[in-house]
Design a protein around this ligand. Structure first.
Ligand SMILES: *[C@@H]1O[C@H](CO)[C@@H](O)[C@H](O)[C@H]1NC(C)=O
Ligand SMILES: *[C@@H]1O[C@H](CO)[C@@H](O)[C@H](O)[C@H]1NC(C)=O
Ligand SMILES: *[C@@H]1O[C@H](CO)[C@@H](O)[C@H](O)[C@H]1NC(C)=O
Ligand SMILES: *[C@@H]1O[C@H](CO)[C@@H](O)[C@H](O)[C@H]1NC(C)=O
Ligand SMILES: *[C@@H]1O[C@H](CO)[C@@H](O)[C@H](O)[C@H]1NC(C)=O
Ligand SMILES: *[C@@H]1O[C@H](CO)[C@@H](O)[C@H](O)[C@H]1NC(C)=O
Ligand SMILES: *[C@@H]1O[C@H](CO)[C@@H](O)[C@H](O)[C@H]1NC(C)=O
Ligand SMILES: *[C@@H]1O[C@H](CO)[C@@H](O)[C@H](O)[C@H]1NC(C)=O
Length: 618
């Protein structure tokens, strides 16, 4: 949208200058000249369009070595709203989505490997024109490798914190590095950089040598920057920096540095995860050995997130649902929420299935990574670069948990008939051909906070009425009747090893042969607790229904949160519980009173009857 406008504006101003000249010309020639001018006008217009196209695409254009990746950018450019592009990725009738892009990546890089190690004059390496001389996948020739800057002993190797790539024109940061053994061998670095025409970078791969592994030798390959598709048309995006490990004899390195110029001293050293040496993996790259656990990934905490009680509910509710691990990212965090998390990180959560088969007690665990990404949220990059976090979490969880749910703090995937998500996934895997399922997608249901509270919250004969009614999943049971269709605001649980690129509402890219299963709404939906999405209070006029599915956890959830709340109230300086609701809030009368009174009592559920009582007794 932005570009055509610009073109038109430039085009018309050029036209105006010509028209000014035209008026001084002789009357007779006018007719002939105006034709020429029209032609000239279109020629200039055309030229401008061409220039624009080249300026947009020039840098992202495949160089002579065939490093093509412009396609991803273009998709992002034309489609800032990803709720709308789903058609490209789904076929309404078929529940499985297939996407062969991954295999294409690998095939492409394999073809490139054929012409290995063409000798290159070292001085020409970084000049823009000759950069294509090293083919994708090929190693830097040893004669050059020897002359490159050595391993930076002054840089502390890192994993999971933002590091700068020195010497780029535009911001370029890297966060973590994962060995990707699926298909062709790659190192997949999570980064963030310019959306259009990302700058070229190199991978320095480090191998320990010497008596105590005290020094490192290097191999170097050219990297390919793959912009993560969901970028909302902003200047910067999350990206993958791909380092092929495909040259013959090339081993899996210990760590990797991303440098802008092959001769720049490396300013970052990323420890490589998901290798055979990765202690957390315990050699479990065979998918049958991955523990049947569910991990949860949450986008970075921001705006000094400090809803401590809500966080307690999120952790305990998901723990009841069978979640084993939470991965959080700390952009900005308030003192109370930080205190709660710190406590859980030290002690763990009591898991729903406390005792495992072998009788040991299991605790859900939490990890939190710093997220000091120096890009302005929503101006330069989408929501603190959440797509980098989601994909980091995807790869970080791979081979550690069989399932990963990518959800927000105001969202819960709640099974209707099953008690835990594990039971649900087990049941689903028996019901459908599970072999192709790479992700389970759940439809979104808004439980608008402006809807009236559940009438049960007025009852005082439960063990802790104040706490129970402070829990959003217990208090808010009225939801929009109509669910969003799949892929619009839906969330998913995926099998990380089947996914190449994770999105917010759906998986953008699976490994070949895997797809997404649309979970029937009767089996489970996404409970999404929030205010009206377009501002105001009008959303509560949409048809709604009372859905008390989350009340099946009422007792257990209240007990668990109560325990933790009482324990942490003083040390974490938690706020007092809000008072127990005693009467209907103002919006309730407006919405329900009149029409509910007119309708016969027997067609109404107990909640609205109570509502009426409550309003009448006032
Ligand atoms: C190797 O490490 C050991 C113990 O950490 C040390 O005693 C030894 O001097 C080291 N050797 C070299 C060559 O650095
Ligand atoms: C050196 O590193 C390799 C690979 O990372 C490891 O297998 C080996 O045990 C290390 N040797 C020493 C002496 O630390
Ligand atoms: C490169 O980065 C490191 C740390 O990331 C920094 O300390 C150093 O000053 C940078 N060097 C240059 C030349 O910018
Ligand atoms: C890890 O797995 C590889 C390949 O499956 C096998 O060769 C190796 O022996 C295993 N190592 C351990 C420690 O189990
Ligand atoms: C979150 O990040 C801030 C700023 O980087 C830091 O001061 C704070 O200690 C972190 N909190 C936790 C709980 O990690
Ligand atoms: C779970 O474990 C916690 C702490 O280890 C214990 O207090 C609690 O009673 C256990 N719950 C169940 C249901 O076994
Ligand atoms: C899960 O729900 C399904 C559908 O209602 C049911 O058939 C199945 O028995 C449930 N599984 C467990 C373990 O509760
Ligand atoms: C609380 O009281 C209501 C009636 O006022 C009753 O229906 C409900 O079963 C009671 N709940 C408990 C837990 O006793």
């Amino acid at each position: 949208m932005e570009y055509p406008n610009k073109i038109l504006m430039t085009g018309s101003s050029t036209g105006r200058t010509k028209r000014g000249k035209r008026s001084t010309w002789n009357e007779k020639k006018r007719a002939g000249m105006s034709f020429v001018i029209v032609i000239a006008f279109f020629a200039v217009f055309g030229l401008i369009i061409l220039t624009e196209i080249f300026m947009i695409d020039g840098k992202g254009r495949p160089s002579s070595n065939g490093m093509h990746h412009g396609g991803y950018n273009r998709l992002g450019e034309s489609a800032p709203d990803y709720e709308d592009v789903k058609e490209e990725y789904s076929i309404e009738e078929a529940i499985f989505l297939k996407n062969n892009r991954f295999i294409k990546d690998i095939k492409q890089s394999k073809n490139m490997q054929i012409s290995l190690a063409i000798p290159v004059a070292p001085e020409s390496l970084d000049s823009r024109n000759s950069i294509g001389a090293i083919p994708w996948g090929a190693l830097m020739p040893p004669s050059i490798e020897r002359t490159l800057p050595p391993y930076p002993t002054d840089v502390t190797p890192s994993d999971g914190s933002w590091k700068i790539v020195n010497g780029t024109r535009f911001k370029f940061f890297v966060f973590s590095a994962f060995y990707d053994r699926r298909g062709g061998k790659l190192i997949r670095v999570i980064g963030a950089t310019k959306t259009r025409g990302p700058e070229k970078v190199w991978c320095r791969l480090w191998y320990p040598v010497g008596p105590n592994n005290s020094t490192y030798r290097s191999s170097s390959v050219m990297a390919r920057v793959k912009i993560i598709r969901e970028n909302w048309n902003l200047k910067y995006s999350a990206c993958f920096v791909l380092c092929p490990i495909q040259a013959p004899g090339l081993e899996i390195p210990h760590s990797v540095s991303i440098v802008s110029k092959i001769r720049s001293p490396p300013g970052n050293v990323l420890l490589l995860r998901n290798t055979d040496q990765d202690s957390g993996l315990q050699n479990r790259t065979n998918i049958n050995q991955i523990p049947e656990k569910i991990g949860v990934c949450v986008k970075p905490f921001h705006f000094n997130y400090d809803s401590a009680l809500y966080l307690l509910e999120f952790l305990e509710m998901n723990s009841l649902l069978g979640v084993s691990h939470f991965t959080f990212y700390n952009h900005t965090l308030g003192p109370r929420a930080a205190c709660v998390l710190k406590h859980y990180m030290e002690e763990g959560l009591a898991s729903a299935n406390n005792a495992t088969q072998d009788g040991t007690v299991q605790h859900a665990t939490i990890s939190m990574l710093p997220w000091d990404l120096r890009m302005r949220s929503q101006k330069e990059i989408r929501t603190e670069g959440l797509f980098a976090a989601l994909n980091d979490c995807l790869y970080r969880s791979m081979y550690r948990f069989q399932y990963v749910a990518l959800i927000d703090l105001d969202e819960f995937i709640v099974p209707r008939h099953n008690d835990t998500l594990k039971d649900l996934l087990r049941w689903l895997s028996l019901k459908v051909n599970n072999r192709n399922t790479g992700a389970y997608s759940f439809q979104n249901a808004f439980f608008y906070l402006q809807f009236a509270d559940d009438s049960l919250m007025y009852e005082r004969n439960v063990s802790n009425p104040a706490l129970r009614s402070a829990l959003i999943t217990q208090r808010k049971t009225r939801r929009r009747l109509k669910l969003h269709p799949q892929k619009q605001r839906s969330k998913y649980i995926c099998k990380p090893e089947a996914v190449v690129e994770a999105g917010n509402h759906f998986v953008w890219e699976f490994i070949p042969g895997k797809g997404s299963l649309n979970v029937p709404a009767d089996a489970a939906i996404l409970h999404h607790y929030r205010v009206c999405e377009f501002g105001g209070d009008d959303c509560i006029k949409t048809p709604s229904t009372v859905d008390r599915t989350a009340h099946k956890y009422s007792r257990r959830l209240t007990d668990r949160v109560e325990l933790m709340y009482n324990k942490l109230k003083t040390p974490c300086n938690l706020l007092n519980l809000p008072p127990v609701p005693t009467k209907a809030p103002a919006t309730r009368k407006k919405v329900f009173k009149v029409k509910d009174l007119q309708k016969p009592m027997k067609t109404k559920n107990s909640e609205t009857i109570d509502d009426i009582k409550a309003t009448k007794s006032k």
